[in-house]
Design a protein around this ligand. Structure first.
Ligand code: HPA
Ligand code: ZN
Length: 339
């Protein structure tokens, strides 16, 4: 058996995934036709050619444009269901999924249309495929905090469907501290806080996410490594990092995968996890990310097992389910003799 088969076979959780970032070019073109939306691309090849990014903002411009084809509840359903079918093939048994309601409500699509389609697909997938999930609603940080409060008000009407709140979009110039009030209210309302920090922004933004937003996980966190005290703190407080190697490579956060900080995170004892972020834009779903980073950093089978276990440790599922996932990982790993 080779290590790629181990990666495929291990049960995994995905914790950093933007559902709008799973919109494959084929589906984008099909939904554009179905909904009469015009796009700047005529073919899958043209879409793929356009997906060349120099930074996060280059990607975000195309990401917001791409989501303009999502209009009806069934579009959100189809998008979500297609993602779940893909990850089932990759051994993912639990997914904690971001969605960006402001990317849709700003185009006149109702919050309920978005949430209705996504959550119906999640329910079907749990029934049909046994994949469990939680939804995390993100606030777009390039927009004012008052608009985030509008989203939070909508979310409060659907607490049974939304587990947490997150912070995404353009990072530089938009520190987490700008959203302290809306996160405080969200926590008061029972939503679990997470935030993107240290993807392009400095280590100080990671500290703000911890101190001002009181996040329970940091999404990315790459630049935390610029501050050794902060790494010690993340280890001590067991705050997980949800890292996304192929995303960082494609958005030029790192010059090559060999220079990705994931191995340093493992060595520092952090609860680090591997995730896909926006797989249709960055060229790989979760197993593809595991395989690419394994090769680049020469990760050993024990590291892969640790990463798979971390994905459940860092998740928001109940402790007893974390334990049974760890037991299942040990069972699957025990059957592997690597060659
Ligand atoms: N970073 C920040 N915001 C995002 C991303 C990302 O990788 N994907 C979707 N929104
Ligand atoms: Zn992300």
């Amino acid at each position: 058996m080779n290590i790629d088969s181990l990666i495929d076979a291990l049960p995994k959780a995905e914790l950093h995934l933007h559902i709008e970032g799973t919109l494959e070019p084929e589906m984008m073109l099909a939904l554009a036709r179905r909904n009469g939306v015009s796009l700047p691309y005529k073919s899958v090849e043209e879409v793929n050619t356009a997906y060349e990014f120099d930074c996060l903002q280059d990607f975000l411009d195309l990401y917001y444009n791409g989501m303009s084809v999502l209009i009806e509840e069934r579009d959100f359903y189809d998008l979500t269901y297609a993602y779940l079918e893909k990850i089932q093939q990759q051994g993912v048994i639990h997914a904690e999924i971001f969605f960006d309601p402001q990317g849709h409500t700003s185009r006149g699509i109702s919050f309920e249309t978005v949430l209705g389609g996504i959550s119906a697909a999640l329910e079907t997938a749990e029934r049909e495929m046994g994949i469990t999930s939680k939804l995390i609603m993100c606030f777009l940080r390039h927009l004012p905090e008052e608009e985030a409060f509008d989203s939070l008000e909508c979310a409060c009407k659907h607490k049974s469907l939304i587990h947490g709140v997150g912070l995404d979009s353009s990072e530089k110039g938009y520190p987490p501290g700008l959203f302290s009030k809306v996160f405080a209210e969200a926590r008061k309302q029972g939503f679990i806080p997470v935030a993107h920090a240290g993807e392009e922004g400095p280590a100080e933004y990671v500290e703000q996410a911890l101190d001002d937003l009181k996040v329970q996980r940091v999404d990315h966190g790459n630049r935390a490594f610029e501050n050794p005290q902060l790494i010690k703190r993340l280890a001590r407080e067991k705050t997980p990092l949800t890292m996304c190697p192929l995303s960082n490579l494609r958005l030029k956060g790192i010059p090559s995968l060999e220079l990705h900080p994931l191995k340093k995170a493992l060595q520092a004892g952090l609860v680090v996890t591997v995730n896909s972020d926006d797989p249709s834009y960055f060229g790989g779903y979760v197993s593809d990310n595991y395989k690419a980073i394994q090769q680049a950093l020469d990760l050993q089978p024990q590291d892969i097992i640790t990463l798979a276990k971390n994905s459940f440790t860092a998740s928001f599922i109940e402790d007893k389910h974390k334990q049974s996932a760890h037991d299942e990982i040990d069972k699957v790993a025990g059957k592997f003799t690597l060659t």
